[in-house]
Design a protein around this ligand. Structure first.
Ligand code: UGA
Length: 462
């Protein structure tokens, strides 16, 4: 493989993973960020985020001399130039937060273009990896005003918590270009060793693929959360229903677990952005609106479940009731709290007057940036459970499965668990005399038949 000289601008989840993984594939990579303190830490191999395998890859890249970090995009180009290897590809991995009306805010992309316009070497390819509205590649080209520099879109599909694995084992590589086929092929070649199917397309289609994928996932999750509600009403079991439909290869088993709602820094932002794009194209995308509404309702539904578990009534008062929240991050395996459904549920409970104490394996009490007026974070699940009227599982951390429920039983005021992730084995929890409430699980099934059901023979372990 021919090693390329690559600049990566932005060292968030996507940028840092891209830089470290490309270096591990043999490319020479300089990563840039505007945050000097962050760069100072990265130079020492301290990555500051929880992402399995990433710190090791960063340190390996630094040690091998293939990965370095500088402050500012122009400095990254200069660094490569000074090594006699002018940058061939410059990735833009900067944040594109939700701006006014749900539209993506491109200020960071524009600032990098402004900073580097006059110093990008001829023939370099600028790659948009940030999730950007359809048409941004063209807009970037215009802003750049450099016909000798190709602009392509190469969306990233990695998930937080498995970013390195996802980057190195992609389902597909997508590269979209309006300028030249050569620019697109050059970018695709960076990933050649990964052997993934490659979709070469125009820039707008590549940009659309990113939104279409995230919005489809959100739609799948809202569908499954709505199914779970219907299952509750009909005494059907959503775990069996999803297993049953998931074997259909056209549907697939992934992304079929009900939860407290979907969140994170990507799905909510991207669905609002696509809705905004659709609105501006005069297209009423009802399916997306229903996907968002179903999610908003899911948070409220979880609160009703908690009210019912604590008071016996869906609308019962939780004022001054102490509730232990297990899990705050938007999913397990990350320390990211952005747009976390757990915090959405917590905010509704707080509004209703509950007193909240939380434990999360990824969030240390001392370093927690959570507003103390919303909830108190502690470092020990048994301390969180002390005098609680209910324990609510909000994030699917596997370690919650091995908690000592007898010990928790001794700590709580009432032995009630609301498991919004269907994470726990109800039989285990019930053995410690807890009432267990899940999402979309038929009461008779979970009470007695888990071990004896004839279908359990084909059931995979939870
Ligand atoms: C998502 C996409 O999955 C990635 O492909 C994409 O690259 C990324 O956004 C991005 O655009 O950067 P991520 O935000 O890391 O990745 O989170 P997901 O793993 O997709 O989870 C999103 C939410 O859905 C979480 O709240 C999670 O708990 C929830 N979820 C997921 C469920 O409730 N049930 C499931 O079965 C799966």
């Amino acid at each position: 493989m021919f090693a390329r000289s690559v600049a990566v601008v932005g060292t968030g989840y996507v940028g840092l993973t891209t830089g470290a993984c490309l270096a591990s594939l043999g490319h020479r990579v300089v990563c840039a960020d505007i945050d000097a303190a962050k760069v100072g830490k990265l130079v020492r191999g301290e990555i500051g985020i929880r992402e399995p395998g990433l710190a090791e890859l960063v340190r390996e890249g630094i040690a091998a001399g293939r990965l370095s970090f500088v402050v500012g995009a122009a400095a990254a180009l200069a660094e490569l130039q000074s090594r006699g290897t002018p940058v061939e590809v410059m990735f833009l991995c900067v944040p594109t937060p939700m701006g006014v009306g749900g539209v993506a805010d491109l200020a960071a992309v524009e600032a990098v273009v402004e900073e580097t316009r006059d110093v990008i070497p001829e023939g370099c390819v600028v790659v948009n990896k940030s999730t950007v509205p359809v048409g941004t590649a063209d807009r970037t080209s215009e802003l750049l005003g450099r016909p000798d520099v190709g602009v392509v879109s190469n969306p990233e599909f990695l998930r937080e918590g498995s970013a390195v694995h996802d980057f190195l084992n992609p389902d597909r590589i997508v590269v979209g270009s309006n300028s030249s086929q050569d620019a697109a092929e050059r970018v695709a070649a960076l990933y050649a060793r990964l052997g993934a199917p490659t979709v070469l397309t125009d820039a707008a289609s590549a940009e659309m693929i990113k939104y279409a994928a995230n919005c489809f996932l959100a739609m799948k999750l809202s569908y499954v959360n709505a199914l779970a509600e219907l299952c509750e009403r009909l005494d059907a079991d959503v775990a069996d229903v999803t297993e049953g439909i998931g074997y259909d290869k056209r549907i697939g088993q992934a992304f079929l677990s009900p939860g407290p709602g979907w969140g994170g820094s990507c799905l909510p932002k991207d669905i609002h952005a696509l809705l905004q794009v659709a609105d501006s194209a005069d297209f009423e995308f009802r399916l997306l609106r229903a996907t968002i509404d179903t999610n908003t309702r899911q948070f409220q539904r979880m609160v009703e479940k908690i009210r019912k578990a604590v008071t016996g009534k869906r609308s019962g008062s939780v004022t001054r009731k102490r509730i232990a929240l297990f899990g705050l991050t938007f999913k397990a395996g990350t320390d990211d709290l952005r747009d976390s459904p757990a915090l959405g549920v917590a905010a509704l409970l707080k509004q209703a007057g509950a007193e909240l104490v939380a434990y999360d394996p990824g969030i240390a009490a001392a370093s927690s940036s959570i507003d103390g007026s919303l909830l108190t974070v502690v470092d020990d699940p048994y301390e969180a459970a002390k005098d609680a009227e209910a324990i609510v599982i909000l994030t699917e951390w596997p370690e919650f499965r091995s908690l000592d429920w007898q010990r928790l039983g001794a700590a709580v005021a009432e032995r009630t668990v609301v498991d919004t992730r269907n994470l726990l084995d109800p039989a285990v929890v019930r053995r410690a005399d807890f009432d267990w409430v899940g999402v979309g699980r038929a009461a008779p099934y979970v009470a007695s038949s888990l071990a004896t059901s004839s279908v359990s023979a084909v059931r995979k372990p939870a």
